[in-house]
Design a protein around this ligand. Structure first.
Ligand SMILES: [Zn+2]
Ligand SMILES: [Zn+2]
Length: 166
């Protein structure tokens, strides 16, 4: 059995891979610690670990940077040999490939499950003015006197627009 604790390069987790965190989270300002235990069992290597720390995202409403805390546990058995597994087990199974374990993918999956898909700087972040893009949190009185009706119709069509304030 071996154990390791180390700082995790966030670049490796955020860029690339199927369960990519690209677009939402950035490697800058990330601070992740990996705590990993590897145990040799009959079928393969059992990897148990925890990834904790923080990542930086963009608030989906106002685009301000948001620091998101994470603390995710994971466990995976890396099989030496996949031949004896049932079809159902095979779908989820990972194996030891040329004596290497893809721990990155494991950590990334654990993070994806844990991190919010819609990070917000504040739960009630008012976002940006749909007309001029001003940050409404900094200027709660912000409004426009005249709303061009053609523009109002357009903003009603855009997916996540909020009703225009009068
Ligand atoms: Zn925000
Ligand atoms: Zn405005």
């Amino acid at each position: 059995m071996s154990q390791l604790d180390r700082d995790l390069p966030a670049e490796a987790l955020i860029s690339g891979g199927e369960a990519s965190l690209d677009g939402l989270y950035t490697p800058e300002g990330a601070d992740l610690l990996l705590d990993l235990r590897l145990e040799s069992v009959v079928e393969g290597v059992l990897a148990t670990g925890r990834v904790s720390g923080s990542l930086v995202a963009e608030c989906v409403r106002c685009l301000d940077p948001v620091e998101v805390e994470v603390d995710a546990d994971f466990q995976e058995l890396f099989y030496y040999d996949l031949e004896d597994l049932s079809a159902e087990e095979l779908e989820e199974a990972v194996s030891v490939v040329e004596d290497l374990l893809d721990v990155e993918a494991l950590v990334r999956d654990a993070l994806v499950l844990e991190l919010p898909l819609q990070p917000l700087c504040e739960p009630d972040c008012p976002g940006l003015c749909p007309e001029c893009g001003a940050a409404l949190a900094e200027d709660p009185e912000h409004h426009h006197d005249s709303v061009d009706p053609r523009w109002a119709a357009l903003s009603a069509l855009s997916e996540d627009s909020e009703p225009a304030e009068q």
